[in-house]
Ligand binder design. Structure first.
Ligand SMILES: *Cc1c(COP(=O)(O)O)cnc(C)c1O
Length: 438
């Protein structure tokens, strides 16, 4: 186990990282940008160790992926066993048990106790695309509804579904058609209760698309890249109910929120919402590329044999990793741990908010918590302050991420393997970052 401390032995980034960044410049496309160019050598618990020997505290989990921690023992053990047994056959050619076991676990863990089936893929975007394919076949309809500030990926269809132009869409069109955008519930900015916000969104869908044309509504129960926007209570249940009454497939994109992150197995559990289809990825496999669509058996089975799949989808090593991650989530009660981490973070962030009026709101749930920075007393975004706070945290060896349509949201996604001591220290640095940039 890596020593669970923050320790800086060079500037950040250090000389060896700077050298590697030079090499990157000569051979990696500039379009692939990095948030914090420290090159990582080892990682575990709540710590990343870079090539210069600096120990950094991880508050990002590689964007909500290493929920169980980096190289979590149960993941590493199962991956090693699988690599030694076989690395690939293609499930569509000669199948293997791990894939089936992951689908069994998904049926058990995702919201609702109806009959469920799954299909496995490599990335979140691929899962979202396949959820749309399934919804279209199952309903015989074409249109797809998404929301303001949504993020669903970077492939052609999912770019169309993603809201933010820069950097995700700019210049990459034309985009897939039949994608319609409805207003999201964003309590800080619209001041609406959940029922009113849902009525507003449903009116747009009803009048501008028509339920008769709508195959599915796709929504992140708490938005990720779009700013950790948590809809007002009642918004998701009202939308789900409207979908069910109108033969519209309700798809919860739980790629960022799923697998213990929000203090439930899935964010939909919080309000007892049962989606027709759920997309998962990120936290599912402790860092190996795996994604899934899980849903009502009759919807999933609407697709003809051979209509779903892919060369690598549900690769045996990724499935072994997922089974290890799920084992760890269960045995270490990471749902409970996410709630504890959430409480600690909220306490620290509310204290910062009380001292710094630039913090317009503390929001999110569990280990998916954020603060939105606005000019004091307004909702005018302050991305410059977010960048300054971020830069200070990075220089002090705390890996933090920003997000949001205006880039003014500071988000916290620590691995759940992090200790309270390390978390407290990280938030000391965040508090200091607000003080020195005031
Ligand atoms: C990250 C993300 C995606 C895309 O996943 P990739 O694996 O990057 O393709 C889709 N939806 C949500 C909510 C995400 O957070």
């Amino acid at each position: 186990m890596i020593e669970q401390i923050r320790r800086l032995v060079t500037d950040i980034p250090g000389p060896r990282s700077v050298q590697m960044a030079e090499r990157k410049k000569s051979c990696v496309a500039n379009g692939v940008a990095t948030t914090l160019p420290v090159y990582v050598e080892r990682a575990g618990g709540g710590v990343l160790v870079d090539v210069d020997g600096n120990h950094l505290i991880d508050l990002g989990s590689g964007i909500a992926v290493t929920t169980v921690g980096n190289s979590a023992p149960a993941v590493a053990r199962r991956v090693h066993e699988q690599v030694d047994a076989f690395t690939h056959t293609c499930f569509m050619v000669t199948p293997y048990e791990g894939y089936v076991e992951v689908c069994e676990a998904l049926a058990e863990l995702t919201p609702g106790d109806h009959a469920k089936k799954s299909a496995l893929f490599n990335s979140g975007a691929e899962a979202v695309e396949n959820a749309v394919k399934i919804a279209r076949v199952a309903t015989g309809k074409d249109a797809v509804a998404v929301f303001d500030h949504a993020y669903h990926g970077r492939t052609n269809l999912t770019m169309a579904m993603t809201a933010k132009n820069m950097p995700y869409k700019n210049g990459f069109g034309p985009f897939a058609g039949e994608v319609y955008r409805a207003p999201m519930s964003y309590p800080l900015r619209d001041g609406l209760d959940g029922a009113t916000a849902a009525a507003r969104a449903i009116d747009v869908l009803d009048k501008q698309v028509g339920a008769a044309n709508l195959a599915c509504v796709v929504i992140e129960p708490i938005q990720g890249e779009g700013g950790f926007v948590a809809p007002a209570p009642g918004f998701l249940p009202a939308l789900a109910q409207w979908c069910s009454a109108n033969d519209v497939v309700f798809v919860a994109d739980e790629i960022q929120t799923g697998f213990c992150r929000t203090g439930d197995w899935f964010a939909c559990d919080h309000e007892g919402v049962v989606p027709d289809l759920v997309t998962t990825a990120k936290g599912i496999a402790g860092g190996l590329p795996l994604a899934a669509v899980t849903g009502r058996a009759e919807l999933m089975d609407a697709v003809h044999a051979g209509g779903l799949g892919g060369t690598y989808g549900g690769n045996p090593i990724a499935c072994a990793a997922a089974l290890g991650a799920i084992e760890e989530m269960r045995s270490a009660d990471l749902v409970g741990r996410a709630r504890e981490v959430g409480e600690l973070m909220r306490t620290r962030l509310e204290k910062i908010a009380a001292e710094h009026p630039v913090v317009a709101e503390v929001r999110g749930r569990g280990a998916m918590t954020a603060i939105e920075l606005c000019e004091p007393g307004t909702t005018t975004p302050d991305p410059a302050r977010a960048a300054a706070v971020s830069a200070h945290c990075h220089a002090q060896g705390v890996v933090t991420l920003t997000c949001g349509t205006w880039g003014n949201v500071f988000r916290f996604l620590p691995p759940l393997a992090i200790s309270d001591t390390l978390l407290e220290e990280a938030f000391d640095v965040v508090a200091e970052a607000f003080a020195v940039t005031a």
